[in-house]
Design a binder for this molecule. Structure first.
Ligand code: SAH
Length: 255
């Protein structure tokens, strides 16, 4: 068996959102490096850089030095074709729940195409609804139901280990899905969908309810390809134009 390509591990991004304790960032970097992962992205960390992070990272200080800091999760995921939220709870927002080995196979099978991400939440509050709505699936570590919340860096270690095991056994990987839309393209589509639904008066911007969240969940169940996003946006534009033409006709009749 030929060795698996290290570039695949380099394309798997670990995203830590709103981390409170800098020591956890350092410990997560160490967990990553032991498993061959290198791409660390921090979204709005409370304290970074920091000496506690450096101390906990030990020999993985290089990962901290290279870590990218973003102000929003959307920014951290803009170029990814797959983002999986890591959470012990929150099955309500994302419908697809994966085990760590399943998630590892999915990430590795997409990694040849471009960057893919695992998103970890804040130590106290976990992942917010808004953060989860940017993910296409959920990974849960089956833990003691009476006490299921792992330390953040311990959760990174478990996922990192599973990714490495899957990477070592790369012969069994599924084929990559080609031409998946990026996070940025999908977000632009959701923005267009919301605008169009408001123009079509299907969505009341004054009281939108959970419509967009539910539609996001629907689309997250399927992996949208670039071409599919273009078709859907074309349909939206056609509907918007038809609505505008109908409004113009009504106005003319009223004059
Ligand atoms: N009190 C928070 C737990 C946060 S632990 C909550 O209930 O959501 C910090 C992060 O570690 C979580 O956001 C998640 O990304 C990860 N984590 C901890 N335990 C986990 C588990 N059993 N399964 C999946 N992710 C877990």
């Amino acid at each position: 068996m030929t060795p698996a390509d290290p570039k695949l591990l380099a394309n798997i991004r670990i995203v830590l959102t709103r981390t409170s304790h800098p020591g956890n960032i350092g410990a997560a970097a160490r967990a990553m490096k032991t498993m061959g992962l290198s791409q660390l992205v921090l979204v709005d960390p409370a304290v970074f850089p920091n000496s506690q992070a450096d101390a906990m990272a030990s020999g993985a200080a290089d990962l901290l030095a290279q870590a990218r800091v973003c102000t929003s999760l959307a920014e951290a995921l803009a170029d990814t074709t797959l983002a999986l939220g890591v959470s012990a709870r929150r099955r309500d927002i994302v419908s697809e729940v994966l085990t760590p080995p399943e998630a590892s196979l999915r990430l590795l099978s997409e990694a040849p195409v471009g960057p893919v991400a695992l998103v970890f939440g804040n130590e106290t509050s976990g992942l917010s609804n808004e953060e989860l709505s940017l993910c296409q699936g959920l990974v849960t570590i089956a833990a003691n139901p009476d006490y299921s919340s792992l330390n953040l860096a311990a959760a990174v270690q478990v996922l990192g280990y599973e990714i490495r095991q899957a990477w070592l056994g790369h012969a069994s990987w599924p084929q990559p899905e080609m031409d998946a839309a990026t996070g940025d393209e999908v977000e632009k589509f959701y923005g267009h969908l919301e605008t169009a639904l408001a123009e079509l008066e299907f969505l009341n911007p004054g009281s939108p309810g959970k419509l967009m969240l539910k539609l996001r969940r629907l689309f997250a169940r399927t992996r949208l390809a670039k071409e599919e996003v273009n078709i859907l946006r074309g349909i939206l534009t056609a509907a918007q134009e038809a609505k505008q033409a109908a409004s113009r006709m009504l106005n003319r009749d009223a004059e």
